[in-house]
Write a protein that binds this ligand. Structure first.
Ligand SMILES: NC(=O)c1ccc[n+]([C@@H]2O[C@H](COP(=O)([O-])OP(=O)(O)OC[C@H]3O[C@@H](n4cnc5c(N)ncnc54)[C@H](OP(=O)(O)O)[C@@H]3O)[C@@H](O)[C@H]2O)c1
Length: 250
């Protein structure tokens, strides 16, 4: 790694939603080692506090804000917490998500609504809250978590895929509207180790997911991709990344 690349992450203020586990937590660790200033958000405050302590032990600056991304006011308060604490916001990682897969005929409507609320509205609220700050700064970067399931649909993934196709559309619309100073990255992972499969409540689908996740790759694969997108020069916008286990066919 060159010093110049290191400098592009050093001091950046990065908000991560869904930082209490999985990809969000691992991304926070990678960015902390590179000198970013972190704002950790999720519902489980004690997990965030523990992670913040770990990051501070690495010598990083980190602050915590308990946030439910389905609540627009809480997402606005999260962004305000970032700017109150650090005076700016450089990167908004809209990562919080759920994946309660099931066949449509099962009619698990509450789970569908939860996926739309977290995976889609949560990202919209993140954009809504952070965009004015970035516009004022004339700089900023959104990193939105879609999925391989945001590019292809499997039996059982209809609503989850709909939510992740929506993330792709939101990111692409944002990219076209946001002007020359704001970067937008859509990141679409395949099977990556995290707590995500635990959100599958439908037994038969859970079995299929557990089989697929036997090939899952470590969460640091995603963290490194996020670092890569952030460390580019300001005039380079990494718009899309799809990454899978080499062994994953779909
Ligand atoms: N792992 C994969 O294979 C994979 C593949 C493709 C895409 N993704 C995407 O990657 C993102 C991260 O998932 P992950 O794999 O790291 O799963 P994870 O370990 O289950 O983490 C999900 C995170 O989202 C947070 N979250 C859930 N509901 C929330 C809410 N209402 N408000 C705020 N935070 C909420 C959880 O924190 P709290 O429960 O503490 O709120 C947790 O920190 C998701 O968008 C997921 O769809 C993952």
């Amino acid at each position: 790694m060159s010093n110049e690349q290191n400098d592009r992450i050093q001091g950046k203020v990065v908000v991560i939603t869904g930082a209490s586990s999985g990809l969000g937590a691992e991304t926070a660790r990678h960015l902390a080692r590179r000198g970013a200033r972190l704002v950790l958000a999720a519902r489980r405050q004690e997990r965030l506090d523990e992670l913040a302590r770990e990051l501070k032990d690495l010598g990083a600056e980190a602050t915590v804000k308990a946030t439910d991304v389905t609540d627009r006011g809480q997402v606005e308060a999260l962004v305000k917490h970032a700017t109150d604490t650090y005076g700016r916001l450089d990167v908004m990682v809209n990562n919080a998500g759920l994946m309660p897969l099931s066949p449509l005929a099962e009619g698990r409507v509450d789970e569908w609504e939860q996926m739309i609320d977290v995976n889609v509205k949560g990202v919209m609220y993140g954009i809504h809250a952070a965009l004015p700050v970035m516009n004022q700064q004339q700089s900023g970067h959104f990193i939105n978590l879609s999925s391989v399931a945001g590019h292809v649909v499997f039996p059982g993934s209809a609503v989850y895929s709909a939510s992740k196709f929506a993330v792709w559309a939101l990111s692409e619309g944002l990219r076209k509207e946001a002007g020359p100073n704001i970067r937008t990255t859509t990141l679409s992972p395949g099977a990556v180790q995290s707590e995500l499969p635990q959100s599958v409540g439908h037994d038969e689908t859970a079995k299929q997911v557990n089989d697929l996740y036997e090939m899952a790759i470590p969460a640091d694969s995603v963290a490194r991709a996020i670092v890569y997108a952030i460390e580019q020069p300001a005039d380079v916008d990494i718009n899309e990344i799809i990454l899978r286990p080499t062994a994953q066919e779909m």
